[in-house]
Design a binder for this molecule. Sequence first.
Ligand SMILES: CC(C)CCC[C@@H](C)[C@H]1CC[C@H]2[C@@H]3CC=C4C[C@@H](O)CC[C@]4(C)[C@H]3CC[C@]12C
Length: 636
Amino acid sequence: SQTLAIIKDWEVIDDPQVEVHTGGDSPHDMTLPGICEGYLLKRRKWPLKGWHKRYFVLEAGILRYSKHQHDVSRGRVQGSLDVSLAVMSINKKSNRIDLDAGDILYHMKVIAKSHELFYIWVTKLQAHRLFKKNEAAHVQSGFLQTLSVAGLAQRNGDLSVHETLSQERQKLQEVLETNNIHQSNTLAEVGFILRLNSSRGPPSVADSAAEYFDASDDVLCGSSSEVSDESGLSEGSTTNSEPEEGHGGYNSTGRRTTLPAPCPDNSHVGLMAILYNNIGKDLARVSMPAALNEPVNLLQRLCEELEYSELLDTANNTSDPYQRMVYIAAFAISGYSTATFRNRYKPFNPVLGETYECIREDRSFRIISEQVCHHPPISACHAESENFSFWQDQRWKNKFWGKSLEILPTGMVNVTLQRYGDHYEWNKVVTCIHNVLSQQRYLEHYGEVTIRNLKSNTCTCKITFVKSRYWGSDTNKNEVQGTVLDQSGSVIHRFGGLWHEGIFCDTLPTPKCVWKPNPQPKDDVLYYGFSTFAMELNELPPELKPLLPPTDSRLRPDQRLLEEGKVEESDRKKDDLEEFQRERRKELSKQGEEHVPRFFKKAKDSCGRDVWLTNETYWKLRENPGFANTENIILW
Ligand SMILES: CC(C)CCC[C@@H](C)[C@H]1CC[C@H]2[C@@H]3CC=C4C[C@@H](O)CC[C@]4(C)[C@H]3CC[C@]12C
């Protein structure tokens, strides 16, 4: 019976189905699946017993292994196998994968019993098997258009990957089903497309393996210019005032200082099963439990980027254009600082047509945002004050690396200053959710930002969000460096610091800390890691309620229920709401109509990119005749 049990725990993964397309516009699965590499345990060849650690690299359908990671780069390979020619069987219980190609036989096991890594390898192996099979088929059937196919695949990269993966997903789902990994029945949305990347890039699973196994092996750690507390960040003067102590739950601006209920514990929610069941799927359309959510949505998070709007006020009161740029840069960085505390929950995804307004008399700005597009999800916003305007449409692409997920924003951020007529425009950096599936999740930002003033080329600014050199290093975590350059490219100002601690500029007339994040409120971990500003975003004072359009996020019932700590009810409401949205979409498409955003219009920017700009109707309508007297869409 023991043998039986062993057999029972093993299952053979179906051979990948070759798809030979003859039609002109059918998608080809010729996109190269992402490289997958990392340490695995490999069973010794007979007659030796036991397992040893080997470094595996899966590339273009070929699995190679070496003793160490550095052997791979030196081309010292111990063995290789065309995965499409092998029978693949897996054992979920022991995290084992066998590849049997007759003469070559690999028995592999995931290090540290990591279930996640196991699934990643299975998924990637499937992708490569499929790819390799297809490649072979194309060659065999004398497809002489390989070149054009490759070109096509490149152009339609996303689509092909998507196709490949949905097939994979189907297969894997079967595997999962037979394996009894149940899909969480109340699935909710994550605002991103989960797909395995198809481009070359840093090793993904390698990172994870390192984490589990040999972090200290072969890790390069260059000398970094360290920014420590001695930089004066903690003592430096800052434009930000400390939040006032709340009295009876309200602060001096009359806003609440805490949420009605603490956040639910979501550590039990099995993310792996959810993500795994939705490989290649636009996760915006996948349901996930409300316990994963925080009671603000992405529209409100756009407003949150204005938490340090004082920097823009300061910029508008700074006559020197180079110094002005320093404040704009500090503002661009400040929006990233919440990331330290906000990695356990995800914002609600706004439904199409949802809106959000926020009036901050105390900061003298007001902002509106609207979900203007569903596929891909795009949230647009526009803020105005006597000092500045701020707008952006937020959208992004994702790269899933197995353990981490990269968010690659594509839209630009815009700020104009009233006094000088400057129009600043800048890109956003990559945000990476490390250990996305585990409780050790944390966020990192990296990449370059270039700030241009479209109205004058007197100066530009370059900011670098430095990528942490390796996972265990704290020494250069969250480092940012920047320079303000004049027309000829000479450095006029230099600044730097940490995006979670502050930015110091020593080239100003008096060297100083230009920005420092506000202290977190007391017990912030109990309240989703929210800042004081974030706590206020979803507050609904009774006098505001009748003035809001019914599409305003503050009126969204599921989010409100979550805020009140009623997680299950929120979950149910969310299901209803999502179902309602699907019906609305079906109805629209049946009538051959397309959703038209109400407060934003599509335009082209100076570079010909699509942008969403305010159509300047929101505040007018609000004033007269008031949203109670206009025709509104009903979203919930
Ligand atoms: C599965 C769940 C529980 C994990 C938590 C996911 C959280 C941390 C993710 C989901 C959506 C993400 C946001 C999506 C888009 C952007 C815009 C970008 O310019 C800055 C980062 C930011 C603001 C992301 C921060 C991290 C984020 C909030």
